[in-house]
Design a protein around this ligand. Structure first.
Ligand code: SF4
Length: 413
């Protein structure tokens, strides 16, 4: 299950083979104040795009709800029902109750903190899929999955409850994401989609009375590394997990594309009995190329102590994307894009990335290109200066208005 925070990342998720996609709309989700957020009018298009790729579309509506939002919630769920969303991801019982009244399938969010079989039995009256708490160990996950099978715990659909687990992405220091830092500092609740990411800042621990400063190995003492379960994915799947939640609705379409493709490939390899340590190594290398705060492998699931801090505020990926320009035109015969080179010079052998709401993500190493000479004739060149237009042969179709990025090396301290 891949994240989609924009039409670009939705396209990236679909093209990377996501079986399902989750997204928020308007204010009633955990990315309520994200710059890019879908609106109610986008619902039919999102569902249509997903279903055209045989991908299920899940609306996240997992914030803590207040009474004065009941009307907005009713309207949102009605629109979701009309658009044909496949499920609503919920934690607050107000959302669960209203979605049930409309006969929309419910997936229980990680915010509900499901930690044991009794909780699964309780929620089975409402939800067919449940996200387990992130703090469980593998043995506990296995036991819950076994109980579902042996005790035939079924959801409203009559099918056995399916378990979903957080597989990759940013972690919170709050239990199951329930954190009070933003509420304490800014009177804004992370549980209502208004997280200020305060845990990602640097802190000092000082004894106020004496001024003594505690020395810690780095100052990011509340910012955990990102969870990456690729090394233990075979164990998680064998334990009975059927949905892998990939975090990152605020991340780029490149991140969504890579993470979705890697976990899809890995889970298919496990299903086919083609799992190998060499493959795991290669998958992990690919995951390291997109945004990450370094990895915590296996996390709570392996019972590891939770004291692995990120050590920096930004990404630890060795690569970064820099804005280059836009696609002006695409010529289908012979598959060439005209690109406005706006922000830097462009050379042969440069790697570029082209992204767009239909294109998704296309990565390409430039092997040849053309540029107009002084007489206005397009000529082969190895260098296109900033401000000019480049004609670049591409292996796939891109669209007018797509963004073009240059892939550059990131300096890591
Ligand atoms: S401040 Fe950090 S720990 Fe708290 S909700 Fe936000 S990301 Fe999670």
């Amino acid at each position: 299950m891949a994240p989609a925070g924009s039409f670009e990342s939705l396209a990236a998720a679909l093209r990377a083979g996501a079986d399902s996609v989750y997204f928020g709309v308007g204010k009633l989700n955990m990315r309520a104040h994200a710059a890019a957020n879908f609106q109610k009018k986008d619902l039919p298009k999102i569902v249509r795009l997903c279903h055209a790729c045989h991908t299920r579309a899940y609306l996240t509506c997992n914030i803590v709800m207040y009474d004065d939002e009941a009307k907005a919630l009713d309207e949102l769920l009605l629109e979701a029902k009309k658009a044909g969303v496949d499920a609503v991801i919920a934690a607050d019982m107000a959302v669960v109750r209203k979605a049930r009244q409309l006969d929309i399938p419910i997936h229980l969010s990680v915010q509900a903190n499901v930690c044991n079989t009794e909780a699964v039995k309780f929620y089975a009256a409402y939800a067919d899929v449940m996200v387990l708490a992130r703090e469980l160990r593998l043995s506990q996950i296995r036991r819950i999955a076994e109980s579902i099978r042996s005790e035939k715990i079924c959801g409203p659909s009559g099918n056995l409850v399916r378990l979903e687990l957080f597989a990759h992405g940013a972690l919170c220091i709050g239990i199951s994401g329930r954190c009070g830092m933003s509420l304490a500092a800014h009177n804004k609740s992370a549980n209502r989609g208004e997280c200020y990411q305060l845990c990602r800042r640097r802190y000092r621990a000082v004894d106020i009375e004496t001024g003594f400063e505690l020395e810690v190995d780095n100052q990011y003492i509340m910012s955990p590394r990102d969870l990456c379960t690729i090394r233990v994915l075979d164990q998680l799947l064998a334990a009975g997990i059927s949905v892998l939640k990939l975090e990152g609705r605020g991340r780029s379409e490149t991140y969504v594309s890579t993470v979705t493709a890697v976990y899809k490939e890995a889970s298919r390899a496990w299903e086919r009995g083609e799992w190998s340590t060499e493959k795991v190594k290669a998958w992990e290398e690919r995951l390291r190329l997109v945004f990450n705060r370094d990895f915590w492998h296996g996390g709570y699931y392996l019972g590891e102590p939770w004291n692995i801090w990120s050590g920096s505020a930004g990404s630890r990926s060795p690569e970064k994307r820099e804005h280059l320009g836009r696609v002006l035109r695409f010529f289908a015969q012979p598959s060439v894009a005209e690109v406005s080179v706006e922000a830097a010079d462009l050379c042969n052998d440069s790697e570029i990335e082209i992204t767009g709401p239909t294109t998704g993500v296309l990565r390409h190493k430039i092997k040849s290109m053309r540029c107009d000479n002084a007489d206005g004739e397009a000529q082969e060149t190895t260098f296109v200066p900033k401000g000019a237009k480049a004609l670049i042969p591409l292996p796939k179709k891109v669209r007018r208005g797509d963004k073009v990025f240059l892939i550059a090396k990131r300096r890591l301290s």
